[in-house]
Design a protein around this ligand. Structure first.
Ligand code: DLL
Length: 434
């Protein structure tokens, strides 16, 4: 059994979780019906009244909430409390349309730091830890979210935010950082910078990484662990539901524990909207059952995952969600075939001899979709004979062929060619006009 921040809550029985969720859900539904005209109208239209929600299983009676609903009511239309009670605003950039604005009351901020404290403790952080927060600070939830949880644990927080990577490394070295929080792609960039600066990773005190905010694969985790000499944990969250810390994986790294006393998870079939069984893959949906400012109900995340409600070897009873394998909406359809960028990443990391920096270009010529994957190769391969490059390119091409079921052009490029990201990596450039 591992050390827990809040053992009583984290190891509750499934019956206790159901009871807590039922009570929290009943209260939240009543509150949104009374305070948010959008929800009242939606529920009235469906013919559901707060009294119809008797326990957590009744969640299926409630209508879904979509990102578009937040845009339609921009900026504060779905808030359930007067603005006087809102003490913080965040926003998510969103790839299309307006920003999605989210708000927090003082109690919401307390809840947030509590769940991040649970996550950090799960990764072994404590008062003695030096936590470097290299997620962006600002409207993005990553920086301040990780920050307040680390303070709650009593760790020494180093709020570097993103950028100036050489200075990040110097800070890491001089301040004795033990826990690094950032996106997995930035962790790799930091690893690369450490290598370029000629610093021996073993001379650093870094032990743990808490990485999230974008999809990443198991081979990428192994790569980061090896290059930084640390244990890498996966942290998940989304602004609309809270920010980082909705779930995270424990030392068994076998799914991410969702803090179910605050967030009620479901997996649904994105086509039909029907709930799916445990361990089935579908779209993750969350209801915020304790939030005051923005208690979204049945929020469609578009993230593809599954749920496992069995108790974990770490002793925590809270359901585990599988590492998100993609989004129902970032899925590329290429010549009629569904392609997730994470599948391509797995192939690249599996084949080896490449660095985990890649870019996917999609275009359409003569009514035919074409996909090109540009991949940086490692220094040694690039300086090697042309033959080696050709062989490697061919190997990647045939693996992509068999994994994706479609052919892709493969271009191996020099180390350092693909633009590095400090936040979420942009890996797909889709130039098709459909
Ligand atoms: O990315 C919150 C966050 C910050 C999480 C720092 C973890 C660490 P948004 O900008 O609203 O919030 O983006 C949310 O990012 O729906 C997922 O598609 C994706 N995402 C977040 N964490 C993970 C993860 C923050 N661990 C969207 N694995 C979500 C895969 C993730 N995807």
């Amino acid at each position: 059994m591992s050390k827990m921040w809040n053992e009583k809550v984290e190891s509750m029985s499934r019956d206790e979780i159901f009871a807590v969720q039922s009570e929290n859900l009943r209260q939240t539904v009543k509150r949104v019906y009374e305070n948010v005209p959008f929800y009242r109208a939606k529920m009235d239209k469906e013919g559901v009244l707060p009294g119809d929600i008797k326990d957590a299983a009744d969640i299926v009676k409630l209508p879904y909430t979509y990102k578009q609903d937040l845009r339609d009511t921009y900026p504060f239309g779905l808030f359930a409390v007067p603005m006087d009670e809102v003490v913080r605003i965040h926003a998510s950039s969103g790839t299309t349309g307006k920003q999605t604005v989210v708000g927090y009351t003082r109690k919401d901020l307390d809840t947030w730091s509590e769940i991040v404290a649970r996550c950090l403790t799960m990764a072994g952080a404590n008062k003695s830890s030096v936590v470097q927060v290299s997620y962006g600070y600002g409207l993005f939830t990553g920086g301040l979210g990780a920050h307040s949880g680390a303070e709650k644990v009593g760790a020494t927080v180093v709020p570097t935010s993103t950028g100036n990577t050489a200075r990040q490394v110097t800070v890491m070295q001089d301040f004795g950082t033990t826990v690094l929080c950032c996106t997995p792609s930035y962790a790799l960039f930091i690893a690369e910078t450490i290598e370029q600066m000629g610093i021996d990773k073993n001379a650093l005190k870094l032990k743990t990484g808490i990485f999230g905010a974008e999809p990443w694969t198991e081979p990428m985790r192994a790569e980061i662990e090896r290059r930084l000499g640390i244990s890498a944990h996966d942290i998940y969250g989304l602004s609309e539901v809270m920010g980082p810390g909705v779930s995270m994986d424990c030392e068994y790294k076998n799914g991410l524990h969702i803090w179910e006393d605050h967030f009620l998870p479901e997996i649904i079939n994105p086509e039909t909207g029907e709930q799916m069984g445990d361990k089935e893959n579908g779209e993750l949906v969350f209801s915020c059952i304790t939030k005051e400012a923005l208690p979204l109900l049945r929020y469609r995340t578009h993230d593809v995952s599954s749920l496992d409600r069995s108790t974990c070897a770490c002793g925590r009873s809270h359901a585990r969600m599988a590492k998100p394998s993609g989004r129902t909406d970032d899925m590329l359809i290429i010549r009629g075939v569904n392609v997730f960028p994470s599948q391509i990443e797995s192939v690249l990391l599996d084949v080896g001899d490449t660095s985990p920096h890649y870019m996917i270009y999609v275009d359409r010529k003569d009514n035919l979709d074409i996909m090109e994957v540009q991949i940086e190769v490692s220094d040694s391969v690039f300086s090697d004979k042309v033959r080696t490059l050709e062989d490697l390119g061919g190997k990647i091409r045939s693996r992509l062929d068999s994994v994706l079921g479609i052919s892709a052009k493969v271009r191996l490029v020099e180390p350092g060619t693909i633009p590095r990201s400090e936040g979420k990596a942009k890996r797909v450039i889709d130039k098709r006009v459909l």
